[in-house]
Each structure stands twice: as structure tokens, then as C-alpha cells.
Design a protein around this ligand. Structure first.
Ligand code: NAD
Ligand code: LMR
Length: 407
């Protein structure tokens, strides 16, 4: 039986083969081997030990891992936690609180700022005080601003030196609303925050969670461009769509979603959410006649949560989980360990200027945007539908940027 090690990401034990399959595309072989070295070996109990010993030696020898491990040990540098400063804007809100908590537990985060308005459900200083008792080396500070004030006048200390700013600040949907209905109010909120980032942390990565992602990201990235800043610092967070697709495929196939990796491309609203089931082993094993319903289930998952919460908000906990996954991948990339995640970014992988596809995060932020890859006939057709809707939502964002400027 192969040795199992605990993956610190979820505390579960996995064999080398399971771990490599899960992280395929996220880590290169060398980086993965180094990561494996950091995982704690599962101590076998007496019984299990006897069983392992009884296995023929030849089989154990045949494993390629020992070689990889030895090589990795010799070559890999000792891992130093990234000394990064992260801010969560809207950090006392429904997503912001659990997202702040998860980011506070990321070993790459040295300093965490929780920023919110004075009308937030909990004062940000309270969220920060609470999080500052976690037994982690992170320093957590809360920052508050009165409603109606301008972030650029209040966030100098909060944002200066930030490497990553996560932005869930904004209004969530209520039943019957589309994400588009949030555009006007949330674009203005995002603009105020992005403007402050442009001034105090222009090199930081900005991860926009606030909806409608499909229009707000182009709006903010074009405003960055107008100010001669790098629009590729702005990333739309669509990770929740991948999380949901993995979960639903796991339910249908009986496979552990940890080892499922469905890319979700296009955008983050309705038919623009396009899971590519054929590009994952478990996804590809699902009967073709079940795919349209499964596709729709992923598209409608956000609305399902909005309706189930009965007017009291949209997805917060699963979004925090997904946002932290993306945030941690961005930080891992900045620390030199490349990670691949789907994200909605300025891109030329399609004929649209903004598009979600797999993105390699590395030392400079976005290292590479990967092409859409091979699609089957159903997916080719879906892509055309997704692009038609996404096009007009991108235009909404671009128009906003044309009629506004960052200070
Ligand atoms: P929420 O109302 O619980 O929290 C939003 C927080 O933002 C509040 O604490 C509010 O005070 C704060 N805020 C508002 N304006 C601000 C400003 N100018 N500066 C700082 N903070 C400000 O809402 P939520 O459930 O956390 O959702 C937030 C946003 O995330 C919504 O737009 C929602 O649609 C979106 N969302 C996106 C995804 C995704 O997959 N990208 C998933 C879920 C929700
Ligand atoms: C989601 O997908 O859960 C979010 O975009 C929130 C929403 O309004 O559905």
C-alpha cells in the first residue's frame, strides 16, 4: 500500500498518485514533489504497519516516487511563507468575514486588513479583533469609513504595501434580480475602491468578487488602462463556478470532488457560465444526455442560493471558500509557486476582450492565460451562446469606463 500524507490544505490523507492527479496543472512536477515533502506522513497503526510490511518488496521498489522525492529534496529551497499584505474590502460583510478568516490562516499572509463601512453588520475593528486571536502569525487590522466618504481619502495606511486586494464590497442579489441589476450601484462602489488601489497599491493584484463580474471587471480594468496602469492586475473571481461544477460532478460520479477539476470558462452569469465537462476524467465519464441539465445546474447554482436565502443575501460561505482558494493561489504564484485557476481577465484567447479561462498565476501575478482547449460539439455550440451574452455585458463595462475616470 502506498504511503499517505496529510495535505495541509484540507487535512486529509492522500497517496502521491492521488495528490498528483488532483494538483495536475496547478503545480509542476518539481513543485508538487516539494509540496509532497512538506506534507506530514500518516503514521500507521500497529495493524496497518504489519500489512504494509507483508507487501512484496518489489512492488514498493517499483514506485517512481522515491526518485522524485529524493530529487525534490535535494533541489527544493526551504519554503518561506510569503510576507504578503492582503486587504479584504467589504471584509465585515457576508462573504468578507469568512473570507478574511480563511486568508488569515494562509501562511503566505503576514498582514491582513479588514476594511468596511461604518454601517457594516459588525464593525471591521471587531472582525479584526476576533481574527487576531487565531493562533497564526498574521497581524490583523480593521479599517472603517463613514458611508458617503471617498476611499481614496481614507485608505492610505490600509492599502499601502498591499500585494492582494480582495473585493467582495457591494450589494448582493435578492430573489427575482439578475446580477446585471446590481451594475450601477456596485460599479460605483468598485470604482471608489479601485481608485484608492490605483493610488496606494498600483502593483497589487485586485480580485473582484463584486457582481456583476462580467461588466465590473472590464469597467475597472479599462479604467486602470486609462490611467496607464496594468489592466491585468484586475482579476474577476469565478472560482465558485469551478467549485460547484466539481461538487456536482462528484455527486453524479461518486468520485471525490477534490480530484475533479472542471474548467468553467466564459463569464459569471447565466449562460456565460460554461463548464467544460469533457476536459476532466470524471466529467467526461458522464452520459452525454445528462450534460445539458448538469450544465444548467451549474449556471443556476447562484440563483438557487439566492432563492434559498429568501432575500437575506446570496452565496457567502461557499464564495468565501472559493475566493480564498483563488486568493491563496495568487499569493502562492507571487511567492514563486505557480498555480492554475480559472479566472475572468483581459484576454485574447477568444474574440472577446475579457474572458474566463485557465490562468497561470506566478511571480508577476498573471503569468500566462491558457487557451480554451479542445471542446466537443455540445461545448462548441454552448461557447457561441456564452460569447453572445458576454459580449453585451462587456460592452456595459467598457461604456462605464469611457464615461468615468480614476482620480
Ligand atoms: P454583504 O452585503 O453581506 O456584504 C457586502 C459588504 O460590503 C458590506 O459589509 C458592506 O458594508 C460593504 N461595502 C459596501 N460598500 C462598500 C465600500 N464602498 N467600501 C467597503 N465596503 C463596502 O454582501 P455579500 O454577500 O458579501 O456579497 C458581496 C458581493 O459579492 C455582491 O455583489 C455579490 O453579488 C457578490 N458575489 C459574487 C460571487 C462571485 O462568484 N463572484 C459570489 C457571491 C457573491
Ligand atoms: C453566485 O454565483 O453565487 C454569485 O454570483 C451571487 C449571485 O448573485 O448569484
Amino acid at each position: 500500500m502506498s504511503e499517505k500524507r496529510i495535505d495541509p490544505e484540507d487535512g486529509q490523507a492522500y497517496t502521491w498518485d492521488e495528490l498528483s492527479e488532483y494538483y495536475a496543472g496547478k503545480y509542476k512536477k518539481k513543485a508538487l514533489a516539494a509540496y509532497w515533502e512538506e506534507c506530514t506522513v500518516v503514521k500507521k497503526k500497529g495493524k496497518a504497519k504489519a500489512k504494509t510490511k507483508a507487501e512484496p518488496k518489489g512492488k514498493a521498489k517499483a514506485e517512481p516516487k522515491a526518485k522524485v522525492k529524493a530529487k525534490a529534496k535535494a533541489k527544493s529551497k526551504p519554503r518561506v511563507a510569503g510576507p504578503f499584505k492582503v486587504c479584504v474590502c467589504g471584509g465585515a460583510g457576508g462573504i468578507g468575514q469568512p473570507l478574511s478568516m480563511l486568508m488569515a490562516t494562509d501562511p503566505n499572509v503576514k498582514e491582513l486588513c479588514v476594511f468596511d463601512l461604518s454601517v457594516a453588520m459588525v464593525p471591521p475593528a471587531g472582525v479584526a479583533a476576533d481574527l487576531s486571536h487565531l493562533e497564526k502569525p498574521v497581524k490583523v487590522t480593521g479599517y472603517v469609513m463613514e458611508v458617503g466618504k471617498n476611499p481614496i481619502d481614507h485608505l492610505e495606511e490600509c492599502l499601502t504595501g498591499c500585494d492582494l486586494v480582495l473585493i467582495p464590497a457591494g450589494m448582493p442579489r435578492k430573489p427575482g434580480m439578475t446580477r446585471d441589476d446590481l451594475f450601477k450601484v456596485n460599479a460605483d462602489i468598485a470604482k471608489g475602491l479601485v481608485e484608492a488601489c490605483a493610488k496606494y497599491c498600483p502593483n497589487a493584484m485586485l480580485a473582484l468578487i463584486v457582481n456583476p463580474v462580467n461588466s465590473i471587471v472590464p469597467a475597472m480594468a479599462e479604467l486602470y488602462k486609462k490611467k496607464e496602469l496594468d489592466p491585468s492586475k484586475i482579476v474577476g473571481v469565478t472560482t465558485l463556478d469551478c467549485v460547484r461544477a466539481n461538487k456536482f460532478v462528484g455527486e453524479i460520479t461518486g468520485k471525490n470532488p477534490k480530484f475533479i477539476n472542471i474548467p468553467v470558462i466564459g463569464g459569471h452569469a447565466g449562460i456565460t457560465i460554461m463548464p467544460v465537462f469533457s476536459q476532466d476524467k470524471a466529467g467526461a465519464s458522464i452520459d452525454a444526455d445528462k450534460i445539458p441539465d448538469l450544465d444548467k445546474k451549474v449556471q443556476d447554482a447562484g440563483t438557487e442560493v439566492v432563492n434559498a436565502k429568501g432575500g437575506k443575501g446570496s452565496a457567502t460561505l461557499s464564495m468565501a471558500y472559493a475566493g480564498a482558494r483563488l486568493g491563496s493561489s495568487i499569493l502562492a504564484g507571487l511567492a514563486g509557486r505557480k498555480r492554475v485557476e480559472c479566472a475572468y481577465v483581459k484576454s485574447d484567447v477568444s474574440d472577446l476582450p475579457y474572458f474566463t479561462s485557465k490562468v497561470v498565476f506566478g511571480p508577476g501575478g498573471i503569468n500566462k492565460i491558457l487557451p480554451v482547449g479542445k471542446l466537443n460539439e455540445y461545448e462548441e455550440k454552448r461557447l457561441e451562446e456564452a460569447k453572445a451574452q458576454l459580449k453585451s455585458e462587456i460592452e456595459t463595462g467598457i461604456k462605464y469606463a469611457e464615461s468615468n475616470n480614476l482620480a
